[in-house]
Write a protein that binds this ligand. Sequence first.
Ligand code: TPP
Length: 206
Amino acid sequence: MTTISNTERGAAKVMNRTDLTQRLVARLHKDEAVVGGIGHTNWDLWASGQRPQNFYMLGSMGLAAPIALGVAVAQPDRMVFALEGDGSLLMQVGALATIATVEPANLCVIVWDNEAFHITGGQKSLTATGADIVAMARGAGLTNSTWAADEAHFESLVDEALGGTTGPRLIAARIDMTKPAGTTDRDPVKIRLNFMSGIAPPDKEG
Ligand SMILES: Cc1ncc(C[n+]2csc(CCOP(=O)(O)OP(=O)(O)O)c2C)c(N)n1
């Protein structure tokens, strides 16, 4: 597996999740699946334009990466992105080692690190006191893990991921505490049905 160059966490620019989510969505070709983690992460995914290939996780922290792993294994020809907040990722951190073991080439985990549980009041998360998500991911076996240095670097990392050949990979971005651009409609049945139809194999469509 290729190891991509890394930016130290301290040197990474603090960016904005709404902006980065829009940059990601703008670069998608069409059929990529995107699984948005609980809260602000999927609110910004929703606000960036709803796609049937988007899944919006409601209620549980840390499930975006495990759900995305399942989709990536089931559909190896589809690129799959998981978007997760730092607090949520750390709630289910063992998923990183599972992903490294299963090694799906078509999976990219993107982590938004604001050093807080923003949506529940801004309590400090463990990244505020030194946990480095990229170092942890690398330690779990995800050698293709890096901090995004700035917006242009983030876009180039997404483009590399869209190549789909050297995954799994993890991109971590430091973000500020700006509120998201919208709110996801809280309708889990609709979200599930839309996603199922959005990623249905061609012979099961219609
Ligand atoms: C298992 C679990 N524990 C606690 C909560 C309550 N909760 C919901 S979102 C959240 C914080 C999420 O933090 P993070 O993933 O860093 O995202 P941010 O709000 O900072 O964007 C918490 C504590 C929950 N929904 N599920």
